[in-house]
Design a protein around this ligand. Structure first.
Ligand code: AMP
Length: 194
């Protein structure tokens, strides 16, 4: 099962992905988490992407695609992958299709968490106060929303055209959102088993 959790930054994708890891034994592939890990390890890659991330811009397709390919290759026998924060551009989506196709797989379903932008700004302001992530500062966060709207949102059309897009209310509480995701996943698994 290959599931993309789709939505703007701070929509709750990471929270939901972590719940699915616990409940279903899926592997979460969050390019944001991978890049943050690279930064804390002090690697060359981490140093290269630090300023770009802090400014709220996207790092290059090439970098995130190779991070994802590495993880796909490392985990050939997993129950499912949850892509969280990837793909974020059309070339990333194309590369993902190609990588999955090499092992006879595909993106099965894309679940979009719909949220309103003002609510996101409020959520992020609180997260900035609590956690102090540099890219949560109001200016960087606005840039992340701009990047989402210009580079990532076009993927909605792509996946909807492929009949893979499901939309849920990301403003509901965490448990309600999880229940909606569970229903979609169960239906997708049932369809796959046919
Ligand atoms: P996230 O935690 O997913 O919001 O990611 C934090 C930051 O990492 C983003 O603002 C980007 O700078 C970078 N990043 C994460 N995933 C991607 C991606 N798929 N493509 C490009 N940049 C990414």
């Amino acid at each position: 099962m290959n599931l993309i959790l789709f939505g703007p930054p701070a929509a709750g994708k990471g929270t939901q992905a972590k719940k699915l890891v616990g409940e279903r034994g899926f592997i979460q592939l969050s390019t944001g988490d991978m890049l943050r890990a690279a930064r804390s390890s002090g690697s060359e890659l981490g140093k290269r992407v630090a300023a770009i991330m802090d400014s709220g811009s996207l790092v290059s397709d090439e970098v995130v695609i190779s991070l994802i390919e590495e993880q796909l290759a490392k985990n050939p026998k997993v129950a499912g992958f949850i892509f969280d924060g990837f793909p974020r551009t059309i070339p990333q989506a194309t590369a993902l299709d190609e990588s999955l196709a090499r092992s006879g797989q595909k993106v099965d379903v894309v679940i979009r968490l719909k949220v309103d932008e003002q609510a996101l700004i409020d959520r992020i302001t609180r997260r900035f106060e609590a956690e102090g992530r540099a890219d949560d500062n109001p200016e960087a966060f606005k840039k992340r929303l701009v990047a989402y709207n210009s580079q990532t949102a076009p993927l909605v059309e792509v996946y909807s055209g492929q009949g893979k897009l499901r939309e849920i209310d990301g403003m509901a509480d965490v448990e309600t959102v999880s229940a909606s995701i569970a229903r979609i996943l169960d239906a997708t698994l049932a369809q796959k088993a046919k």
